[in-house]
Design a protein around this ligand. Structure first.
Ligand code: NAD
Length: 290
């Protein structure tokens, strides 16, 4: 094992079970001191105990990621106790699945609150400490439901894609402070996927086969602005790309030309991954087909 997280402090939210537990155990195995956060104290304590029993260092910390004051208090408590915070694994999550037509807006807001604002709360609390130190590794947990859509998960998909947007900008803002920010889109059989997919589909999707991706994203050599897909021991990357497109300028029949040339607009032959949002208007005002 050439990666070491010795001397690093990690906070993993939703670590009382499922993927978060696996991530916490894996980070500890690589030497990180781990804060095991979740809603229920028994679950946090059990995972912290498991880590200590394996020779690692861990403390349980019970609070909801939606409790802004509680999350700030957790970060301050951890900084006081261990001198800083280096790694955040924003993993806590819930589902409230229904088709959009039948969805209660309170359930829409709740899902956004846990996934998006929960991640914002923790990252905002830790950000100044990471900036002062000139080092940080932040991981947001996105999902294929956000990246590609999933029937019945408009709230969850919107929240998960919002985290990609958050990652894109925080990666740019964190760069000069040595803070690398990435997304993980896992596939794993957990209480969350139980009943959602068939047993057949979930075979081989152990949470332990995802966590090496978290360790790599938490390490010194981690990339930044990457969307890492992980499941069943396989790892892929998703990209948000821009095609070359077409130029119609101010032609009076511009809309008709667009309609006639969808194939050219979506042609992926020379697509790029823009380094930031500014690339869009820069490409447009200097369009190669002008
Ligand atoms: N399992 C998958 O295939 C899959 C796929 C894509 C994304 N994800 C994401 O991975 C993450 C982990 O999911 P999982 O499959 O392990 O689910 P899980 O339900 O097993 O674990 C989620 C954990 O988050 C905790 N949690 C929920 N709300 C919380 C809150 N407000 N504050 C603190 N903790 C809270 C839960 O108590 C639970 O322990 C989630 O963000 C989920 O959306 C999972």
């Amino acid at each position: 094992m050439s990666i070491t997280l010795a001397g690093r402090v990690a906070i993993v939210t939703g670590a009382g079970g499922g993927l978060g537990r696996s991530h916490a155990l894996a980070l500890a195995r690589y030497g990180a001191r781990v804060v095991v956060n979740d809603l229920a104290s028994a679950a946090c304590e059990a995972v912290a105990h498991e880590i200590r029993a394996a020779g690692g260092e861990a403390i349980p910390w019970t609070c909801s990621v939606t409790d802004r004051e509680g999350v700030f208090a957790m970060v301050e408590g951890v900084v006081q106790r261990w001198g800083g915070v280096d790694i955040l694994v924003n993993n806590a999550g819930i589902l409230r699945d229904r088709t959009f037509a039948k969805m209660d807006l309170d359930d829409f807001a709740l899902v956004l609150d846990v996934h998006l604002m929960g991640s914002v709360n923790l990252t905002k609390a830790a950000w100044p400490h990471m900036r002062d130190k000139g080092y940080g590794r932040v991981i947001f947990t996105t999902s294929s439901s956000g990246l590609y859509g999933n029937f019945g998960q408009s709230n969850y998909g919107a929240a998960k894609m919002a985290l990609v947007g958050l990652m894109q900008t925080l990666a740019l803002e964190g760069e000069k402070s040595g803070i690398h920010v990435n997304c993980l889109a896992p596939s794993a059989a957990t209480q969350m996927t139980e009943g959602l997919y068939s047993e057949e589909d979930l075979r081989g999707l152990s949470t332990d086969l995802v966590s090496p991706g978290v360790v790599a994203l938490a390490s010194e050599n981690a990339p930044t602005r990457t969307i890492l897909l992980a499941g069943a021991g396989a790892f892929e990357q998703a990209h948000v790309t821009m095609t070359q497109g077409i130029y119609v300028g101010d032609a009076p029949d511009a809309a008709d030309r667009i309609e006639a040339r969808w194939a050219d607009i979506r042609d992926r032959a020379s697509e790029v991954v823009p380094p930031s949002g500014a690339a869009q208007y820069s490409h447009e005002v200097n369009h190669p087909f002008r």
